[in-house]
Design a protein around this ligand. Sequence first.
Ligand SMILES: [Zn+2]
Length: 241
Amino acid sequence: MILLDIAKFKLIAFTCLCAMFCTISEAKNENATLVLLVGLPGSGKGTIGQLYEKHGWKHFSLGDELREALKNQNPIALKYERQIKDGAFLPDHVINDLIWSKILHQDNLQHKIILDGYPRNVSQAELFLKKLDETGMYNKTKVLFFDVGIMKSIDRICTRRVCTNCKKIDTSNVKICKNCFTPLSTRESDSMNKITTRFGNFIHNTLPSFFLLKDKCKHVYIIDANAKTKKVYFQIRKLLK
Ligand SMILES: [Zn+2]
């Protein structure tokens, strides 16, 4: 009889513990948000992502992740060194693996994440939609399209300098990073001959993938990205409340 009571007590204690853990995990998950930034090179996605990072969001830029992997001599990144430096597309399996095993894994999906540069084509977008369902992130995902004029975006690309240390993007013509005082440099992929290819890729591959997301996702918004950073930030802040 006593043994039975002890077993019952253990079962109740275990149930309570499970309930407690579930509540904690659900409560944590309530804040989970995934925001995708889609737009031409130079539309300001990276700058906005960095601003959100300062406000406690986890920010990932696919381009930065690839350049970082290259810097760290990752064998796969080394294999695609030329494509990474040119800002060209890598095979889907490489990108999908990086995104779903290193960036959008379950631990990160418990947080507020802002992701810039993925999906880059329809096949990646199809997998993305499937994964949203599997991970329960479907209703927690927002897609922001940065609508910018081509001349505006070219102008930004021509003036932008990047810090190789802290990744800060600067378009104010200074030579030293205001954040960490490292000399700023230009990205190889921002040269004019690379930019025309990147624009072509965006129009032929990324834009159709955005239209697919627009059809399937609940929360899709167009941002006026011609405006100054502060104004763009306030447009987005209203949407992410
Ligand atoms: Zn810096």
